[in-house]
Design a protein around this ligand. Sequence first.
Ligand code: GDP
Length: 347
Amino acid sequence: MEGYAPPASLEKEDVICQRCFKLRNYNELQPVSLSGDDFLAILNGIGEKQGLIVKVVDIFDFNGSWINGLHRFVGKKDILLIGNKADILPKAINPQRVKNWMKAEAAKLGLKPIDVLLVSAVKGNGMSEALDAIEKYRKGKDVYVVGCTNVGKSTFINRIVKDATGMQDVITTSYFPGTTLDVVEIPLDDGKMLMDTPGIINDHQMAHHLDPHDLKLITPKKELKPKVYQLNAEQTLFIGGLARFDFIQGGRSSFNIYAANGLPVHRTKLENADELYKNHLGDMLSPPGPASIEKLPSLVRHEFSIKEAKTDLVISGLGWITLQHANVKVAVHAPKGVNVEVRPSLI
Ligand code: GDP
């Protein structure tokens, strides 16, 4: 009958609204970002607990999304490493190579994850595997999700809340013992909790040196397409004004830049590069635009003698450059604090 809503459908409506309410409510309950002592307090809080640690990193900013000192607080707990933003990896990349690289980087930083997974929290790829892994590795214990700001931790958590439709209980907040730090608790079906800890601000993240407009420009949104350059020795490429790549020595060679598709790249002679940067940072060499230019730390030069063909130079938070040929000498200039690393090419 028109205009009549049966009680059953009303109930159904109610269930949906509850869910929406929870999601909306959840967003409001989002823990704040913190740094310094607060961050240490939270890690100390976790240190005393039992359970599984789920560490979310941005695979485009692995070093920037690493929590310094995390290994000291993990203790004997297992740590599951989740690499987020897999949707922007070029399709030609072998995911296993990405995972191997993540494992190697984690080992360098003193951690041995029980497992490494790739997900796209935005697209949902790999999320059911991630949930299964959490369930498997937590062994009936609580779960602590940790991550730096901007790695996609909120997106990840919101998707867990959304996907786990069986969840009936209301999400709550609690405090870590001895602190006033908000932790969002999501009940698991055996009475244990999945705890979302506040995002941690890392000073060495490129993201913190940029204003929102510039951050948007350097954040890849779609699958990365390489920009390919054939260079002779003594040529330089500027990636916006945020990084500079010098080809110092070696035969004519091909270099592929993987960075946000809209980020402009400028080629110049090595001998002119200093002058160009001095005169054109913020206009021709941008981002940084006018609002970020003051905040951006000065560039630091990192020199590499590369022996192997197909090597990546990774500029944390910006992207990477694949060197196709062996036996080249190059330098990368990146803002002070921003990590530059060498890895075997992912393709
Ligand atoms: P949080 O600070 O760690 O909680 O991160 P957010 O969830 O707020 O996400 C930070 C930024 O990363 C936002 O611009 C998101 O749109 C983006 N982001 C999050 N997850 C993904 C993902 O799976 N893929 C891509 N491409 N971007 C993501």
